[in-house]
Design a protein around this ligand. Structure first.
Ligand code: 3HC
Ligand code: NAI
Length: 718
């Protein structure tokens, strides 16, 4: 937004971080313009709150001021409370106090919204007496995503402005409304197509003053038909309790809305404050806010300081199978041009059909038009000759997981690709240093490990081989941004960050299965922890044959002293690969997607126990989680000390974005910090009495415990 105002603060120079420079007040005739300058997003930190309070007092005290206009400088109106302040001692004035003061002003207050007005930002706007929006405005109450509820009157004012159902939907979904949708919902009074927020706001202020408008306080609006609203809330409360899967704040949001309907405004506000503080003090809030910042931190990598990304517009994808097709869709959706290369005419036809199937599915659901698909497909080119990709800026290989096949493909890429093209592999486990060495340009070779389905899953592990150039790494991060992925930088090892740690906690699950827990009990305990699925359900979904192939590949190099559970092999030998074959660890009769427990699988497990002379013992859900998590955290610590992950938060983001780890727990390393590293280490040492090889404590974990530190100290030090 361009401000044409001159900032006047008497003849005093104002320090740049003082409330006065962060919240600037200027006069435009009889309107006091209050403009927020708190980059990057005008979060409502203490100086902003203090500045807003002072500005309203200034307006009220000055008889020549007839209206107050609140605008935000930069890209946001106000993105909400300053999330970094949560968990620290509160500093006055509180945001509810500021909002109440704005609403109580004797002068009409107008909010002009040109960008995000989220959380506390929308609460400020709802406390204003009138609201005008520009087309790029987005309005929402996304506190639920941070384990919170709108705590500055949002739960009381939104139902009054937009009705109980719409307000509940806004707060429970955390979604952002466009300016148009906000207008339709009654959140804003007017949508102004052109100009900036200052002009739109001043114009509206003058229109209001011309009609002698008076303060129109949201708190004074009556909620219509309270009986119906309460009945709706009963249904909503039951639905929310069922859907929130262990999340704390959604049910509290419904309680607050009920208070808005049943109680006078001030009592509703008091109730909201109590429940907000409960949410603020919950570990879920700590986990979710850790996740919010961690997802933004992973893009901060050492190479970013050293090198700008290379230009890319033309992408080539080698292989049109599950991953190649998904990656192609992801790149096409980002507006890039993609040439797909397959082995022969039949395979490329299948590859193209894999891509088209995704778009046809969307058309079938009414989420894409045939014309939009046709436009997208104009940027897609099929091919069976590597010579077709001599102009590609960036190539992503997604052929069979076989090192010799990959090396052969990279030799071809080396032959045809233009100098400076980035050559990436989507391998899940293989040695990317070895793949790079198969070319004459190892500095251009990098790993881009997408997750299935690649057009949907957010995680992109960017695997950095020893020889790669810095600008290739920054190009990969730029690609992730373009594809709207969450990038995590990983080093080369078998399985990188995610699959390497997965292999270890899956092993812990296998050991528990052989020692007495059924796969169904393990899955249930893991779901109870907050995962959408347990490890045996995941194996059935991914296809047991994939893990089987990996186990066979690793058989030759497996430590002969290591314990090996053969149950999964027994299932695969019978052709029970999971959902796609109708049975795996579970039965899927008639193509069912939800599996049933299978007595024959339990019999196979029993036979394997008997073969090894194991007497099965009981595992409670807590026992299961202790071992599952201890294995995950211990391997995570090893991944860190080997430098495979830059920081603990990179491991957290990997598991949150790629492996269904419950977001409200913040990721495995954050969970370990909150649970207590000494407790995790004590568990590992206890389990080591049964199997010292598997449960060898990571030296880094021992060191942190000995020094009384946690993983967060490593995040901060990085
Ligand atoms: N507090 C503190 N920092 C914030 C912030 C906030 N509310 N919102 C964003 N930031 C920071 C980010 O961490 C990032 O910092 P960095 O550059 O150091 O990494 C920077 O602002 C830019 O953020 P993004 O990278 O996310 O920028 P985008 O342009 O992609 O997105 C946004 C902008 C849509 C505003 C997005 O940042 C966002 O969704 N922010 C959070 C909004 C939110 O949840 N608000 C509710 C807060 S809770 C609340 O208000 C409680 C109240 O009810 C009492
Ligand atoms: P897939 O078997 O579905 O597809 C592989 C495709 O590569 C086939 O269509 C095949 O015709 C083609 N192909 C083989 N050799 C080729 C060559 N020389 N030139 C051109 N095309 C060739 O396999 P999928 O599942 O897509 O896996 C591909 C890669 O992605 C593997 O490295 C795998 O480890 C990795 N990966 C797989 C994930 C998954 O969940 N399936 C997840 C993440 C990575």
């Amino acid at each position: 937004m361009n401000s044409h105002l001159i900032v006047i603060h008497g003849d005093k120079r104002v320090p740049t971080d003082s409330p006065a420079s962060i919240v600037q007040t200027t006069r435009q005739g009889n309107v006091l313009v209050v403009s927020l300058h708190n980059p990057p997003v005008n979060a409502l930190g203490q100086p902003v709150r203090a500045g807003l309070l002072a500005a309203v007092a200034e307006a009220d005290a000055d008889p020549t001021v007839q209206a107050v206009l609140i605008v935000g400088e930069g890209k946001a109106f106000i993105a909400g409370a300053d999330i970094r302040e949560f968990g620290k001692p509160p500093v006055a004035p509180s945001l509810p106090e500021v909002c109440n003061r704005i609403e109580a002003s004797s002068k009409i207050v107008i909010a002009a919204i040109h960008g995000p007005a989220l959380g506390g930002g929308l609460e400020v706007a709802m406390s204003a007496h009138y609201r005008v929006a520009l087309p790029a405005a987005t309005l929402g109450l996304p506190e639920v995503n941070l384990g919170l509820l709108p705590g500055a009157g949002g739960t009381q004012r939104a139902p009054r402005l937009m009705g109980v159902q719409a307000a509940a939907d806004l707060m429970l979904s955390g979604k952002h409304l466009s300016a148009k949708a906000a207008l339709a919902a009654g959140l804003v009074d007017k949508l102004v197509e052109g100009g900036d927020a200052m002009v739109a706001g001043l114009t509206h202020a003058h229109e209001l003053l011309a009609t002698r408008a008076v303060p129109r306080r949201t708190r004074d609006i009556d909620i219509a038909d309270k009986a119906t609203a309460l009945a709706e809330l009963d249904a909503l409360a039951a639905d929310t309790a069922r859907k929130s899967r262990g999340l704390f704040s959604p049910t509290k949001i419904v309680e607050c809305i009920r208070a808005a309907v049943e109680l006078p405004f001030d009592e509703g506000i008091a109730k909201e404050r109590d429940l907000f503080v409960e949410c603020l003090n919950s570990p879920q809030r700590a986990g979710l806010i850790h996740a919010f910042f961690a997802e933004r931190e992973t893009a901060k990598i050492p190479e970013a300081k050293a090198a700008a990304p290379r230009h890319f517009a033309n992408i080539a994808v080698i292989g049109g199978g599950t991953m190649g097709a998904g990656i192609t869709v992801s790149a096409l959706d980002a507006g890039l041009k993609v040439t797909m290369i397959e082995r022969d005419a039949e395979s490329i036809a299948r590859g193209q059909s894999n891509v088209e199937k995704v778009y046809d599915g969307l058309i079938g659901k009414g989420r894409l038009s045939a014309e939009a698909k046709a436009e997208i497909m104009t940027r897609y080119t099929p091919g069976i000759s590597y010579d077709d990709i001599c102009d590609a800026d960036l190539v992503i290989e997604a052929v069979f997981e076989d090192i010799e096949v990959k090396k052969a493909v990279f030799k071809e890429l080396d032959r045809v690709c233009k100098p400076g093209a980035v050559l990436a592999t989507n391998t899940s486990y293989l040695d990317i240093d070895a793949i790079a060495a198969a070319t004459s340009r190892p500095q251009d070779v990098i790993g881009l490990h997408f997750f299935s389905p690649a057009n949907i899953m957010k995680l992109l592990e960017i695997v950095v081989p020893t020889t790669v150039a810095s600008d290739v790494v920054t190009t990969a991060f730029e690609l992730a941004k373009r594809l709207k992925k969450v990038p995590v930088r990983a080093g080369v090892c078998d399985g990188f960050i995610g699959n390497r740690i997965l292999a270890v906690y899956k092993q812990a699950a296998d050991y528990m299965m052989e020692d007495g827990a059924s796969p169904y009990e393990i899955d249930e305990a893991v779901r109870g922890f907050g995962y959408p699925m347990g490890p045996f359900q995941v194996s059935d979904l991914a296809g047991g044959d994939i893990g089987w192939a990996t186990r066979k590949r690793r058989a030759a190099t497996r430590d002969p002293r290591a314990r090996y559970v053969e149950v999964a092999d027994r299932l695969c030998e019978r052709g029970w690969f999971g959902q796609k074959t109708g049975r795996g660890f579970y039965l899927y009769p008639h193509g069912a997607r939800v599996g049933q427990a299978d007595p024959e699988v339990l019999a196979i497990v029993d036979a394997e126990r008997a073969k090894k002379g194991i007497t099965p013992r009981q595992f409670s859900a807590d026992d299961i989680i202790r071992r599952y998590m201890a294995a995950m955290v211990n391997e995570g610590a090893k991944v860190l000390e080997e430098g495979i992950a830059l920081r603990p938060l990179d491991i957290d983001v990997t598991f949150l974005s790629g492996y269904g780890f419950p977001r409200f727990r913040g990721g495995p390393m954050k969970w370990a910090d909150m649970h207590g590293l000494p407790k995790v280490l004590a568990d590992i040492r206890e389990f080591a009495k049964e199997d010292a090889l598997f449960w060898k404590p990571a030296p880094l974990l021992e060191k942190l415990v000995a020094e009384g530190r946690d993983f967060e100290t490593l995040n901060k030090a990085a």
